[in-house]
Write a new protein. Structure first.
Length: 278
């Protein structure tokens, strides 16, 4: 049997995690003198409110090696483990997982850098967990992992680049700084980094452009599967889903709030989607 382990930056719903038996190792969010385990200790809505009530800027830290050892030993050495995580260029979470793997020589652990994050990671994890539940063996799961990593696409936007800049995750979008007045940045997660796509005037045009990009890709395959993430303002995401449904046939995998770690680096107004083509 294959067990799927991931980290809390996957931004999956608790219902999905429980249904498919996914093990989620939390990153930690630090705000002032308080620390919270992402996914477990507070909800996204509670965190959005906390950010409004403080001048402190949130920071995050990767899981400890001990946290991974605890998770792997809970699963045991009889099952194959696929432990897939946020891009190593965004967090050293997978490094902690690899160190834990080396300390458990009798275990069948495969640590994988997903090269993506949030909804991109979430889609990969969900599809792997579905396959594992349906009886796929480790060879099939690893092959599917490679396929999904090559196909996943993530587009998102934020009202301000301040969080990405201060959190050190702005990547190639650095050039967008200082150009944000009435301009919305369309960003992508590609090969492990946040990358700029376009500067767009107005949220309406931004959403339309996201739909156009997905529509262009949709013409290259038969079936499209998508998932959506949003911050405190759900209206942008609702409009994105509505417009996409009118233009493209797709299977909606899930929709969910961004987690506390992603909020710490993208801000509470971030929204976007991830998808792949069959």
């Amino acid at each position: 049997m294959v067990k799927i382990v991931t980290d809390s930056t996957c931004d999956l719903t608790k219902e999905i995690v429980e249904r498919y038996g996914i093990e989620v190792v939390p990153l930690t969010v630090h705000l002032g003198n308080r620390a919270f385990r992402d996914f477990y200790d507070i909800t996204s809505l509670e965190f959005f409110q906390m950010l409004k009530e403080t001048d402190d800027f949130p920071t995050t830290s990767q899981p400890s090696v001990e946290e991974f050892i605890k998770t792997y030993t809970k699963i045991g050495d009889k099952d194959d483990i696929v432990s897939i995580h946020i891009s190593l260029d965004m967090s050293k979470t997978a490094q902690s997982a690899s160190t834990a793997q080396k300390q458990l020589p009798g275990y069948k652990i495969n640590v994988i850098d997903s090269r993506t994050v949030s909804v991109g990671l979430g889609i990969i994890v969900l599809e792997l967990a579905k396959a594992a539940k349906n009886g796929a063996d480790i060879k099939e799961i690893l092959s599917l992992t490679d396929e999904l990593k090559s196909k996943i696409r993530v587009y998102f936007s934020v009202d301000s680049l301040d969080y990405l800049q201060k959190g050190g995750r702005i990547g190639k979008a650095q050039g967008f700084l200082g150009t944000m007045l009435k301009i919305k940045p369309l960003l992508a997660v590609s090969d492990g980094f946040v990358r700029p796509v376009e500067r767009i005037r107005g949220s309406g045009r931004l959403i339309s452009r996201m739909v156009e990009l997905v529509k262009e890709d949709a013409q290259k395959g038969k079936n499209l599967k998508a998932a959506f993430i949003f911050g405190e303002n759900t209206l942008n995401s609702e409009e994105l889903i509505s417009q996409l449904k009118s233009e493209v046939q797709f299977e909606e995998l899930y929709r969910n709030y961004i987690g506390t770690v992603i909020t710490s680096h993208a801000g509470p107004t971030a929204f976007g989607l991830g998808y792949y083509l069959l």
